[in-house]
Write a protein that binds this ligand. Structure first.
Ligand SMILES: [Zn+2]
Ligand SMILES: [Zn+2]
Length: 235
């Protein structure tokens, strides 16, 4: 996808098995201060490295990797990304234990296993990575005019989204998707607490943002918060 807004890039080529480019690992570039948001499945490090080369950016400029939540499609490539960049890892305190390995990840429910793509069962286990900064939500990262870190629980206990008011952009993680011209809730079978997720979506739908980048699906480049309210019937 490449550059979607000033200082915001979606790393080309990161995807799920056999489907390159299907997830949106992104970069926030503010001069020499670079933030990577999520890290893709195991094996994504090569795509991240290639993208840095493509845009002529030194991976060592990445100061932090913000993880929206602990799921393996976001953290499988995290150890590789840390090795590539030397950056520290930030995540919400409620998901940090799954990422650093101090808490075992819950086994996926049978409905999830049944839908896994071929080869997923053979995927290498996600390598634990130390979390340097455990977030709680409400922090503001001083890049691109201020990036608000919002605790958006439900999909996982410690799910985070990022709001960049200057760009009117919400980086939604797995809280919401945008597919086939419609904003959608994520598949229920992947969710931790659907009631909490719904409360979160209602709260976020009360914000105003022009653009939304979900992790799965397409980038929604205009009238995004209106589309959230309309498509999810929250008006
Ligand atoms: Zn997820
Ligand atoms: Zn995901």
């Amino acid at each position: 996808m490449g550059k979607i807004a000033p200082g915001v890039h979606v790393v080309d080529g990161v995807g799920t098995e056999g489907r390159p480019g299907t997830v949106n690992v992104c970069l926030l570039i503010d001069g020499d201060d670079v933030t990577l948001v999520d890290a893709g499945y195991a094996g994504s490090g090569a795509h991240v490295a290639a993208y840095f080369e493509l845009i002529g950016l030194d991976p060592g400029a990445v100061r932090r990797i913000v993880i929206t939540h602990h799921h393996q499609d976001h953290t499988g490539g995290l150890a590789e990304a840390v090795e590539l960049t030397g950056a520290e890892v930030w995540a919400h305190v409620a998901d940090a234990g799954f990422i650093d390995g101090s808490v075992s990840r819950p086994a996926p429910p049978p409905a999830v296993v049944a839908q896994m793509p071929p080869g997923a069962a053979q995927r290498p286990p996600t390598r634990p990575v130390p979390v340097r900064l455990a977030l709680v939500g409400g922090e503001v990262l001083g890049v691109l005019g201020g990036c608000r870190i919002i605790h958006t629980p439900g999909h996982t206990p410690g799910h985070l989204s990022l709001l960049l008011p200057e760009l009117s952009l919400l980086i939604a993680g797995d809280m919401l998707r945008y597919e086939d011209g419609h904003v959608r809730r994520p598949p229920e079978m992947y969710g931790w607490d659907l009631g909490v997720a719904e409360e979160t979506i209602h709260a976020v739908a009360g914000l105003e943002f022009e653009r939304m980048l979900p992790y799965h699906g397409e980038y929604l480049g205009s009238q995004a918060s209106e589309a959230v309210r309309r498509d999810l019937r929250l008006e």
